[in-house]
Design a binder for this molecule. Structure first.
Ligand SMILES: Cc1cc2nc3c(=O)[nH]c(=O)nc-3n(C[C@H](O)[C@H](O)[C@H](O)COP(=O)(O)O)c2cc1C
Length: 266
């Protein structure tokens, strides 16, 4: 009979508990990995559909319905950011490409030029989501672009939908951010996001031109380049306009958007 008071027994017991717990965690992590990946994919698909206006924020749809909608309307491609050309080599699967991971991988990213959005690294390839009308018509109606930048409390991740004309904002969503709920966190409020729809992202010379202002901007037709800042959250609001400006500039998706609006892409 083991001496339960002995040091050996205590250490042995602790070791057995550690091994059992480690096994349980390892089995759970491996067993749930495919489910986690499926959830991450479904989450991404839903946000792309939201940005493209194909799903309303208050609409409840099953994962299966969202997947079908995505498959019908959306084509996922990779773009070499510097040249603005599609990645044709087929070396990376666009559907499973993880842009966040890529920009932290020195082999798949480079240092970003100094910028107001405080983006430190740029992935070589950016994902783009081409949106069609779902009838079989090949015309690309809009393109959804992943965007990110530093807010007041952390990185803000979102998706920006740009019209076929290459300048009109068709939708904006932020799906991951650490801003204060009720203040900067209001960037995730669909009502604020809706204020961006219909605005023009560029001036007549195709220089990014969208800013937030304190006070009220007019309707998009009369005030195409300005959006109301969130009151009490000017810092986050400015961060949003800067990160949008960055991703539309030549450092981001600018070269791609130039090709896109001239009909060379899509
Ligand atoms: C606890 C705390 C949290 C805050 N969180 C945010 C935030 O997430 N985003 C933001 O822009 N401002 C936040 N602010 C307010 C900023 O400090 C700053 O006052 C505000 O951005 C200025 O906006 P305004 O010019 O509309 O007043 C926070 C302030 C406090 C005290």
């Amino acid at each position: 009979m083991a001496d339960r008071e002995s040091t050996r027994y205590t250490i042995g017991f602790a070791a057995v508990v550690c091994v059992v717990c480690a096994l349980v965690v390892a089995v759970a992590a491996v067993g749930l990995r495919s489910q986690q990946e499926a959830n991450a994919l479904a989450f991404r698909q839903k946000n792309v559909l939201l940005a493209a206006g194909l799903v309303e924020p208050d609409e409840t749809r099953s994962d299966r319905e969202l997947e079908q909608l995505f498959d019908r309307h959306v084509e996922t491609r990779l773009v070499e950011l510097e040249s603005g050309r599609y990645e044709e080599g087929g070396r990376i699967d666009p559907r499973t490409y993880n842009q966040r991971r890529a920009r932290n991988d020195p082999a798949l990213s480079r240092a970003a030029p100094p910028n107001e959005a405080k983006v430190a690294r740029l992935p070589t390839y950016g994902g783009v989501f081409l949106i069609r009308d779902g009838t079989g018509d090949k015309t690309v109606r809009q393109v959804v672009l992943p965007i990110e930048g530093i807010g007041m409390w952390g990185t803000i991740y979102g998706l920006l939908a740009v019209d076929r004309d290459g300048k009109t904002i068709r939708g904006l969503t932020f799906y991951d951010q650490k801003e204060t709920p009720g203040l900067g966190g209001e960037i995730s409020n669909p009502k604020w996001q809706a204020l961006w729809v219909g605005r023009h992202a560029f001036d007549a010379n195709w220089t990014p031109k969208l800013t937030v202002i304190k006070g009220r901007a007019g309707p998009p037709e009369q005030d195409p380049h300005r959006v109301d800042a969130i009151s009490g959250a000017t810092i986050t609001s400015n961060a949003v306009s800067r990160l949008i400006g960055f991703w539309l500039s030549d450092a981001g998706y600018g070269p791609y958007l130039r090709r896109f609006r001239e009909g060379g892409n899509g």
